[in-house]
Design a protein around this ligand. Structure first.
Ligand SMILES: Cc1cc2nc3c(=O)[nH]c(=O)nc-3n(C[C@H](O)[C@H](O)[C@H](O)COP(=O)(O)OP(=O)(O)OC[C@H]3O[C@@H](n4cnc5c(N)ncnc54)[C@H](O)[C@@H]3O)c2cc1C
Length: 478
């Protein structure tokens, strides 16, 4: 029985580590952790470890942030596991920030009712992921295959996973045999023109799974961050929410226009509308006390573009940050295709509902990674039954030798699937992407736009301007 894990972000690394001493192949397009959003995470990992906190409160906040559409059992399971996840990382000697008395320093983030975000400076993701990567590098059970990306799943006559076609940087392909494949390929923000995600985050795991007949859900549920630094860089640097918490204000043509501390989706919609009406949007952090000492990464990011936040207004716009949807999985990280697992951001577990609560995704990557590993060990030699309904056949398309420029896919999704959407633009995008769906990026974009067209309501992170129930509320708040 052989296992191939695809992707070396926190999700894939967790699977490989938790499988040990069972062998696996860990496939990654660059070197270990290259191209992983896990390395970019700034805030940290949410876990109810404070004296005034409980997994029940963490679950309640997660449910509320997700517009009360998340899966209750998944939310309970993952938030309950969070203290154990943090304990495991502490045991791995991850250097989390601590208070003078030695207790973990817990940050408060938007949507959390308690201080519960465990962090390491403003580079938490890199600190955690590098520690797990170090541990994995020393494991004899893990064969790391660098410079290769997965391009297609191979199925047997019964529709179960039998292997994986991989390609190197020159495009040369070979097939790896596998009884189990774990997709840990991250998100799909790179399909949008403005994103904080690595540009290689093109939803390839979704394409691999759906081409093999797997069910996907909620692909239209995309989270936007309201303040990407809009200086023509791709991906966009992120101006952390904490800046607004520290007093930075948003200006449209020089005037405040939105309550800066409202939820992320409300601020994103207001900025989106203001930009659409031709106004110039800036974040003004000039008066934030002790800015350089408190936000050294922000100062450094801005300096790379010749800006000094102590002196300059910072141009901003909403930017795609996270995909709540993905390949549908059950509690064991099984998909609807026998032998195929999905973990981390590529999976749709139901944790996030229609909107992700900040710092819940690194947590999800670890919990789902551990669940997949535990199941792979348990399942050997036994049958496969996933608690996931079969895919809607209308979502399944075969691969073809269709070449589509990524720029045109990005332009279509940017126009149709932004913060504010409407049915006519979505229908046009679906129509244009439909004949291109032989190409993987165009296929995933088609699935996103198709899902958005099929869900005509404003929920969570986006607004439908043609949803009469909420059309009145998507405008710029007074
Ligand atoms: C700027 C930024 C800040 C964030 N801050 C936070 C935060 O503070 N807290 C939080 O919880 N979350 C945060 N997130 C979200 C979080 O980082 C991600 O959701 C999480 O890291 C996803 O982990 P993953 O292992 O699923 O995917 P990733 O870490 O993205 O790893 C995906 C891996 O798959 C590989 N891959 C992709 N396609 C293929 C292929 N075809 N073949 C082989 N390999 C492939 C990639 O190269 C990469 O190695 C942030 C995200 C961003 C972009």
């Amino acid at each position: 029985m052989s296992t191939v894990v695809v992707g070396s972000g926190l999700g894939g690394l967790t699977v490989a580590r938790a499988l040990s001493p069972e062998p696996c192949v860990l496939l990654t397009p660059g070197v270990l952790t290259e191209g992983a959003a896990s390395m970019l995470a700034q805030g940290g990992i949410a876990a109810a470890v404070g004296p005034d906190d409980s997994p029940r409160l963490h679950a309640r906040d997660t449910w509320r942030a997700g517009a009360m559409t998340g899966d209750r059992a998944t939310i309970d399971r993952i938030t309950s596991a969070a203290p154990r996840v943090v304990g495991g990382l502490v045991d791995l000697t991850v250097p989390f920030d601590r208070l003078p008395d030695g207790r973990l320093d817990l940050a408060l983030e938007g949507g959390h009712s308690r201080h519960r975000v465990v962090h390491a400076g403003d580079h938490s993701g890199a600190t955690v992921t590098a520690a797990v990567a170090d541990a994995v590098s020393g494991l004899p059970s893990v064969t790391v295959v660098t410079g290769q990306r997965a391009v297609r799943l191979v199925l047997d006559a019964h529709g179960a996973v039998a292997g994986l076609v991989v390609a190197d940087a020159t495009g040369a392909q070979r097939t790896l045999e596998a009884d189990q494949v774990v997709l840990a390929t991250g998100g799909l923000g790179g399909l949008f023109p403005h994103t904080t995600n690595p540009l290689t985050a093109l939803g390839q795991g979704v394409a691999l799974a759906a081409r093999a007949g797997a069910r996907t859900d909620d692909l239209h549920l995309v989270q936007f961050h309201p303040t990407g630094l809009d200086v023509g860089r791709d991906p966009m640097p992120l101006l952390t929410e904490a800046l607004r918490g520290a007093g930075a204000v948003l200006l449209a043509d020089g005037h405040r226009f939105v309550g800066e501390l409202q939820p992320r989706d409300v601020v994103s919609a207001a900025v989106w509308d203001a930009l659409a009406s031709g106004r110039q949007i800036h974040l003004d952090a000039r008066h934030v006390d002790g800015l350089a000492a408190r936000f050294p990464s922000v100062v450094a990011l801005c300096a790379e573009s010749g800006l000094d936040p102590r002196r300059d207004l910072l141009p901003v716009r909403p930017t795609v940050h996270y995909s709540m949807g993905g390949v549908t999985t059950d509690a064991r990280a099984r998909t609807s295709v026998p032998g195929l697992y999905a973990v981390g951001e590529v999976s749709r577990t139901g944790l996030h509902g229609a909107n992700r609560l900040a710092s819940n995704s690194l947590l999800e990557a670890v919990v789902t990674g551990q669940a997949a590993a535990a199941d792979i060990r348990a399942v050997r030699g036994s049958g496969w039954r996933a608690e996931v309904p079969p895919a809607d056949p209308a979502t399944l398309r075969a691969a073809a030798d269709t070449r589509v420029g990524l720029a045109s896919v990005r332009a279509l999704l940017g126009e149709a699937c932004g913060v504010v959407r409407d049915g006519a633009t979505l229908a046009a995008a679906v129509g244009r992407l439909d004949p291109l769906a032989g190409d993987d990026a165009a296929y995933v974009a088609w699935l996103v736009a198709r899902s958005a067209l099929a869900h005509p309501h404003s929920v969570g992170a986006h607004r439908r301007s043609d949803d009469p129930a909420v059309a009145a509320t998507h405008g710029v708040p007074a």
